[in-house]
Design a protein around this ligand. Structure first.
Ligand SMILES: [Zn+2]
Ligand SMILES: [Zn+2]
Length: 310
């Protein structure tokens, strides 16, 4: 299926919903890195990407093909050969990229690469994105956002069956290691949904299992991964798994803008015939919630064009 670059894809009934599509894109490191250079440096050609990324011709070609199918690039032939122009759909991924970048730079331990800090061109300062509510403008914590499934929402429909990474083969496709912990968090089937359940208030093994309907071995495996990444911590009797109380850490809560930005992009560009996958509200208010990212240095709204990396 080729997705249109400038209007939303109309999904078929009953299949993967907007969340599943968004997580499939957000979990692929190469896709994000290719986008980064297209967004910030105007990179359009394979030779230019190969100058700045440690990517093989085969992997780059397969990603550009896939990103074109997804409507993120529109390819054109000119006198210098093939060029890939970023589409409105591709350019709209900047909040996902910025939130992942900031989270990895601050929280990923033993990061194999030192990510440079981002700089806001409007105020000239280094910054991190801060999540605010687009309706009222106030800064929000994860606990201040409520989410409930819409007509196309359910846990199985929100967990992608295949990610871009798994469709490819070979270790070279695993990615260069710029965003290792994000990949560990949302790169597997169920893991993004597990994280979503934690944000919506699941604390016990049985709650995760009941909400997601996933096999117990899968729940146990993802909880182990989240603990080892320091995203969830366990309170309660350490010897009694059934009494474990799982709680998001600061690091886990800090990942929330990544998930919210990705879901928002997904719901903007992938429409299920039944209606939205999830509906968010600003808790304690009378209005819906959607993400506005502010500069931590000057508090102005961020835009994809007004930032650089040091
Ligand atoms: Zn609000
Ligand atoms: Zn600023």
């Amino acid at each position: 299926m080729i997705h249109p670059p400038d209007r939303p894809t109309e999904l078929g009934p009953g299949g993967d919903n907007a969340i599943a599509h968004a997580m499939g894109v957000a979990a692929d490191e190469w896709t994000l890195l290719i986008l980064r250079y297209a967004l910030q440096d105007g990179v359009r050609r394979t030779a230019q990407w190969q100058q700045v990324l440690p990517i093989s011709s085969a992997v780059l070609a397969s990603r550009l093909r896939r990103m074109t199918e997804l409507g993120l690039f529109s390819p054109v032939e000119d006198e210098e050969g093939a060029a890939y122009h970023l589409t409105p759909r591709g350019a709209a991924l900047w909040p996902v990229l910025v939130c992942i970048w900031a989270w990895e730079a601050r929280w990923a331990e033993g990061h194999p690469l030192c990510l440079p800090r981002m700089r806001h061109l409007v105020c000239g300062h280094q910054f991190e994105p801060c999540m605010a509510c687009r309706t009222c403008g106030g800064l929000v914590e994860p606990r201040e956002v409520t989410g409930s499934f819409g007509p196309s929402g359910s846990w199985p429909r929100s967990a992608p069956n295949t990610t871009m990474r798994r469709r490819s083969s070979g270790s070279a496709n695993l990615g260069p290691g710029f965003f290792p912990e994000s990949r560990a968090l949302i790169g597997n089937r169920w893991s993004a949904a597990m994280l979503g359940a934690a944000y919506l208030g699941a604390h016990r093994f049985s709650e995760f299992q009941r909400r997601l309907g996933a096999p117990a071995t899968v729940i146990a495996d993802r909880l182990r991964t989240f603990r080892s990444l320091g995203v969830l911590e366990v309170l309660g009797d350490a010897d009694r798994t059934d009494r474990h109380h799982y709680r998001l850490t600061d690091k886990g809560r800090a990942f929330f803008p990544v998930v919210m930005s990705a879901i928002e992009w997904g719901q903007r560009w992938f429409l299920a015939p039944e209606g939205p996958a999830v509906v968010f509200r600003h808790r304690g208010s009378d209005h819906p919630f959607s993400v506005l990212l502010l500069c931590s240095a000057c508090s102005r709204p961020l835009t994809g064009k007004e930032m650089t990396v040091d």
